[in-house]
Design a protein around this ligand. Structure first.
Ligand SMILES: Cc1cc2nc3c(=O)[nH]c(=O)nc-3n(C[C@H](O)[C@H](O)[C@H](O)COP(=O)(O)OP(=O)(O)OC[C@H]3O[C@@H](n4cnc5c(N)ncnc54)[C@H](O)[C@@H]3O)c2cc1C
Length: 362
């Protein structure tokens, strides 16, 4: 199950390889026990995952790829601020940020960001869930990572009918444990560590202080901040797809028996290197405050399509017998199909790329 460290070092920083090796060793266990990672949180550098509040987009992209090379499902089961941390950094007041990050790092808490609704996935900017005039949350969200266990998080809801009445509300331990909050785990065929959940909030009271960004102009508060958060996090999803693809390619190395298999491997490795460069470029632009949606979407489209191509090529690379009988390989090729749905599907990325191409700022 372990990977060859000397091969991994040709792609990744030494810094993340011990944790990546740990994640790889938990690949099977996490399928049935999403808490398996929790007993390892004292390992070196783990605090940079669960207590992160300063990472740049570029640093996150490198970390996510190295750790996904180990196992993306284990990475997604880890405690930490994740997407909600980015939206808090974007939109939260100092008090809100302190409340959120202090809780997450002290409790080593899992967090969630609830955006998707049963009828509103790609159309995330038009939620039905709402916060009414009495500050009660009436919401249904699903496909929310770590939604059942999270003790902190955020939720996107509307406060009125208009496009500027969308807000992000902090989900505190009190909100998440309220009697009107119902949370259940959804069955998954891949990336089980994600713990995708279905959440209902039945008139759950919320304090006005839980609404993020009230110190900002209405235009900067709602979807604007959510879109910026997605831009800042999308390179991490690319990185996960690339880490997963790289793990598959390296796994195939000892099994390349024919010239055509070796040539196919070389071509896929070269495409992976290019997609990685594209992703690093997109992440760097985000850190330079250039919100180049087209660059981020192009990187995401290339990374997910490539990862799926690598997964499809595995029987040709390793031989069918090995492909069909190696358990880790079956898990890793299944996980690849999750990235398409994280942070926007391929169709949505293509729409962003076209919009960026036609934008006057190009
Ligand atoms: C591993 C994983 C983790 C996730 N984590 C979270 C999370 O933490 N929080 C959260 O809120 N959600 C999360 N999601 C949900 C994810 O954001 C949604 O699956 C995604 O937004 C797509 O929504 P949907 O599933 O409703 O598909 P739909 O939006 O119904 O899309 C179905 C198909 O229609 C296409 N389509 C839709 N609209 C258009 C259009 N306008 N033009 C062209 N084609 C279109 C799409 O490309 C897709 O192929 C996660 C999903 C996965 C798989």
């Amino acid at each position: 199950m372990n990977f060859d460290r000397s091969v991994a070092l040709t792609h990744y920083d030494e810094k993340w390889l011990d944790l990546a090796q740990l994640f790889r060793s938990l690949s099977l266990e996490v399928l049935n026990d999403r808490d398996v990672v929790l007993e390892h949180l004292d390992r070196p550098y783990f605090d940079e995952i669960y207590a992160d509040r300063t990472s740049t987009c570029f640093e996150r992209a490198r970390m996510y790829e190295g750790l996904s090379y180990g196992d993306p499902s284990v990475l997604l089961s880890c405690p930490g601020p994740s997407l909600s941390g980015i939206v808090l950094r974007e939109l939260g007041s100092q008090e809100q940020q302190d409340q959120f990050f202090d809780h997450v790092s002290r409790q080593r808490a899992r967090t969630c960001m609830a955006v998707t609704e049963p009828e509103k996935g790609s159309d995330a900017g038009n939620p039905t869930s709402n916060l009414n005039g009495d500050h009660q949350l009436q919401a249904e969200k699903w496909l929310v990572g770590n939604g059942r266990e999270a003790t902190m998080g955020t939720i996107v809801v509307r406060t009125g009918p208009g496009p500027y009445s969308i807000v992000v509300v902090m989900l505190t331990p009190e909100t998440l444990s309220h009697a009107g909050t119902f949370r259940q785990l959804l069955p998954l065929a891949g990336l089980q560590g994600t713990g995708l959940s279905h959440l209902y909030f039945d008139n759950v009271p919320v304090e006005p202080e839980q609404i993020l960004g009230m110190h900002r102009r209405p235009l900067e508060r709602g979807m604007h901040a959510v879109i910026k958060t997605f831009y800042r996090m999308r390179p991490c999803v690319c990185a996960m797809a690339l880490g997963n693809a790289q793990a598959l390619l390296d796994h195939a190395l000892p099994y390349l028996k024919t010239t055509s298999a070796r040539e196919l491997h070389r071509a896929l490795q070269s495409q992976t290197d290019s997609a990685r460069a594209l992703n690093h470029h997109a992440a760097q632009r985000i850190d330079d405050q250039i919100f180049d949606g087209a660059a981020v979407s192009l990187a995401k489209a290339c990374a997910t399509e490539l990862a799926e191509k690598v997964a499809r090529s595995m029987p040709l690379l390793t031989g069918t017998a090995h492909f069909l009988t190696n358990t880790w390989l079956q898990i890793a090729t299944t996980n690849v199909h999750g990235y398409e749905w994280m942070e926007g599907s391929l169709d949505m990325q293509r729409l962003n790329i076209v919009a960026g191409y036609h934008s006057p700022a190009k």
